[in-house]
Design a protein around this ligand. Structure first.
Ligand code: DOR
Length: 447
């Protein structure tokens, strides 16, 4: 099967390419990239005039909720949301029920992703058994499994015990694996409901102070630097956190960091609506924080945009603010938000921005060829985006099973048009294309 993506603006951060090119895909791989390619017979031509052709997007932080939370999302609906957002690889967070702390869970998540066939799903292992913050999960077994887990996180539960954190970092070095700790000092955030600041005073809600995030990041940077381990800081939200990570990178600490689209756009004045759709952990902060995060994404202090896509059933999410769980949808709106708030605002050029969706996250963990170059012989994991398409977000039209988008009714500019996973359309003309089951193993797709 041959597909010619004709005349798109190829944004290939790995090669530094930003130029109009033709891309020929043959049997699941990129066969040729050139200024102009003649159309061989039996080739489907996709007109990409005015569109961007990029590596498939990679999300380091997705809640797919399977196993255990299928009322909100499962691997099939979450994969569809990913394909619709331009993603070809999703990292499924470990806070499922049961927790992803053992090989059978990790392998089930990985295999189910392959069966659905819309994105490749890479499980995140928990740092501690049952997310209890005590006994470490079996990193070696998880790393040696079919899912090849090399990234560990207890997700929203901070690892408060510094000794356990230090042991986790030490253990991870044996596999060059990455430890990702929720950056929140829990003693400073008891009963927190929103960002601590002027707005929380006005609303009378207890706040998450920015120091709670920064104290934990500082501790973890010192511990990771001490043992030479790899640390990934999830969803950075404060200007002070950015400063700490910048300094640590300058000093050679092996740290990477991510920011969510919502923290690049939304601010805590939205909480005045008491609409629980804006409740998230870490919380949306101030405009000064948003500006610092945008600058950090531009200068590379923050390596990746990650969604923290967190579906919740309406029965739980649509309660009074105080009782609603934290989290918001993100996969299908991520590019639109970043394009609107960051690229079109002139903070990042398109090539840099696409790097934060592709090569940036792909540099954090081994993702079997995702997020890499668009070059002959590489797997054709590709995204075609319309950067000019303006659309109004409607939660009912999203592919996620849940509806908790904070952008309901908002206009965004930029949307995925086509997504290809190993040369097969998973999104075509904006429509998700279901797959037949696949039996390929991870090692076969690793290039
Ligand atoms: O907002 C959040 N939602 N933050 C977390 O840390 C957890 C996540 C979830 O699982 O819903």
């Amino acid at each position: 099967m041959r597909i010619l993506l004709r005349h798109g603006r190829v944004l290939d951060p790995a090669a530094g390419t930003d130029a109009v090119r033709d891309v020929l895909v043959v049997d699941g791989s990129v066969a040729e990239v050139a200024d102009h390619l003649d159309t061989p017979s039996d080739t489907e031509v996709i007109d990409c005039d005015g569109l961007w052709v990029t590596p498939g997007f990679v999300d380091l932080h997705t809640h797919l909720r399977e196993p255990g939370g299928e009322g909100a999302e499962d691997i099939a609906t979450g994969s569809a949301a990913g394909a619709a957002g331009g993603y070809t690889a999703l990292c499924a967070m470990a806070n499922t029920d049961p927790v992803c702390d053992a090989v059978p869970i990790a392998d089930m998540v990985w295999r189910r992703g392959r069966e659905v066939g819309l994105v490749d799903v890479f499980p995140v292992g928990s740092i501690t058994r049952g997310l209890r913050g005590e006994e470490l999960s079996p990193f070696g077994e998880l790393h040696g499994s079919a899912a090849r887990v090399d990234f560990f996180s207890d997700d929203g539960i901070p690892l408060a015990d510094a000794l356990v954190m230090r042991r986790a970092l030490q253990y991870a070095t044996a596999f060059d694996a990455v430890i990702c700790n929720h950056a929140e000092e829990p003693d400073l955030t008891a009963d927190a409901q929103m960002n601590e600041g002027a707005m929380s005073s006005v609303l009378g809600l207890p706040g998450w102070p920015h120091e709670a995030e920064e104290v934990m990041i500082a501790r973890d940077l010192i511990l990771a630097g001490g043992v030479g381990a790899r640390l990934h800081v999830p969803h950075v939200t404060t200007a002070g956190a950015v400063e700490l990570i910048r300094l640590a990178k300058q000093r050679g600490v092996r740290v990477t960091a991510e920011v969510t689209p919502h923290h690049l756009l939304l601010t805590d004045d939205l909480v005045a609506s008491y609409d629980p759709v804006f409740k998230v952990n870490p919380p949306v902060r101030t405009d000064a924080d948003v500006q610092a995060l945008r600058a950090a994404l531009a200068d590379g202090t923050i390596d990746a945009v990650a969604t923290d896509h967190a579906p919740h059933v309406p029965e739980l999410k649509d309660q009074e603010w105080e009782h609603a769980p934290c989290g918001m949808l993100g996969l299908e709106t991520a590019f639109g938000v970043v394009n609107t708030a960051v690229i079109r605002a002139g903070v990042l050029d398109p090539l840099q921005a696409i790097a934060r969706f592709t090569t940036g996250p792909a540099g954090v963990r081994d993702l079997a060829g995702h997020g890499g170059a668009i070059a002959a012989g590489r797997p054709a994991n590709l995204t075609v985006l319309d950067p000019e398409r303006t659309w109004t977000v409607d939660g009912r039209a999203l592919h996620s099973r849940a509806r908790n988008t904070p952008y309901q009714g908002r206009e965004l500019t930029g949307r995925a048009v086509h997504t290809l996973l190993r040369g097969r359309f998973t999104l075509r003309d904006g429509e998700v294309v279901p797959d037949q089951p696949s039996t390929t193993s991870t090692s076969e797709v690793a290039q």
